[in-house]
Design a protein around this ligand. Structure first.
Ligand code: PPS
Ligand code: ADP
Length: 187
C-alpha cells in the first residue's frame, strides 16, 4: 500500500582488513533473517569480484568502488530494503559521499570497527599483512596506505574488546531505534 512502506536502511561497516567486518556482517545477516528480514550484503571482496573487478587499490579506484557501493545501497534503500556494507572504505570523503547517496532515500548508519592495527595484523586472517610487510602488496591499508578514522560514525566498535554477540546487539539496537523514531514521527 503506498505510503506505508518501511523506510530502508544501510548499515555501513568500515575498518581495517581483519577488523571484523565480514564476521559481524555474517552474524547480523543471520540475526536479521531469523526475524524474517531479508538483507542485501555488499561485501568489499564480493563487490570487487562482480562489480568492481577492474579496479585497483589506488585512492581513485577505492573512491570509485565506494561510490558504486553507495549507489547500489541507495537504490535498494529507495525501495525500503535493508543493506549491509562491509568495506574498508579508508577515505572520509568517499564514505560521506556514500552516506549522501543513501540518505536521499532512507537511513544510513556508519559503524566504525576501530580494532587496532596490531590486533588486525595479529589475526592476519588471509595472510595479507605478512605479504604486505614483505613488500609483496604495496599500498596495503594500515601498512603503507592510509585509513582515515570516521569523523561522525553512529557506532564505534573495537572487536578486540567487544564480543561478537554484543556487536550484533548494538547494531540491531541502532537499527531498531531508527525504526522506532520513524513510527513516532521523530525522523
Ligand atoms: N592494498 C590493499 N589494501 C587493502 N586491502 C586489500 C589490498 N589488496 C587486497 N586487499 C583485499 O581487498 C579487500 C578490501 O577491499 P575493499 O573493496 O573493502 O577496499 S576499499 O574499500 O575499496 O578500500 C580486503 O578484504 P578484507 O580483509 O575483508 O578487508 C583485502 O582482502
Ligand atoms: N569479537 C570479535 N568480533 C569479530 N571478529 C572477531 C572477534 N574476535 C575475533 N574475531 C576474528 O577476527 C577475524 C576478523 O576477520 P574478518 O571478519 O574477515 O575481518 P574483515 O572482514 O574486517 O577483514 C575473524 O577471524 C574473526 O573470527
Amino acid at each position: 500500500m503506498p505510503g506505508t512502506q518501511q523506510r530502508g536502511v544501510t548499515v555501513f561497516l568500515t575498518g581495517l582488513s581483519g577488523a571484523g567486518k565480514s564476521t559481524i556482517a555474517d552474524a547480523l545477516v543471520a540475526d536479521l533473517e531469523r526475524d524474517g528480514r531479508p538483507v542485501t550484503v555488499l561485501d568489499g571482496d564480493v563487490v570487487r569480484t562482480h562489480l568492481s573487478s577492474e579496479l585497483t587499490f589506488s585512492r581513485e579506484d577505492r573512491d570509485l568502488n565506494i561510490r558504486r557501493i553507495g549507489f547500489v545501497a541507495g537504490e535498494v534503500v529507495r525501495h525500503g530494503g535493508t543493506v549491509l556494507v562491509a568495506a574498508i572504505a579508508p577515505y572520509e570523503a568517499a564514505r560521506e559521499e556514500a552516506r549522501a547517496l543513501v540518505e536521499q532515500h532512507g537511513r544510513f548508519l556508519l559503524v566504525h570497527l576501530s580494532t587496532p592495527l596490531e590486533v588486525c595484523e595479529g589475526r592476519d586472517v588471509k595472510g595479507l599483512y605478512a605479504r604486505a610487510r614483505a613488500g609483496e602488496i604495496p599500498g596495503f591499508t594500515g601498512i603503507d596506505d592510509p585509513y582515515e578514522p570516521p569523523v561522525r560514525a553512529e557506532l564505534v566498535i573495537d572487536t578486540s574488546v567487544t564480543p561478537l554477540a554484543e556487536s550484533v546487539a548494538r547494531i540491531r539496537a541502532a537499527m531498531d531505534a531508527a525504526t522506532d523514531e520513524e513510527s513516532a514521527g521523530v525522523a
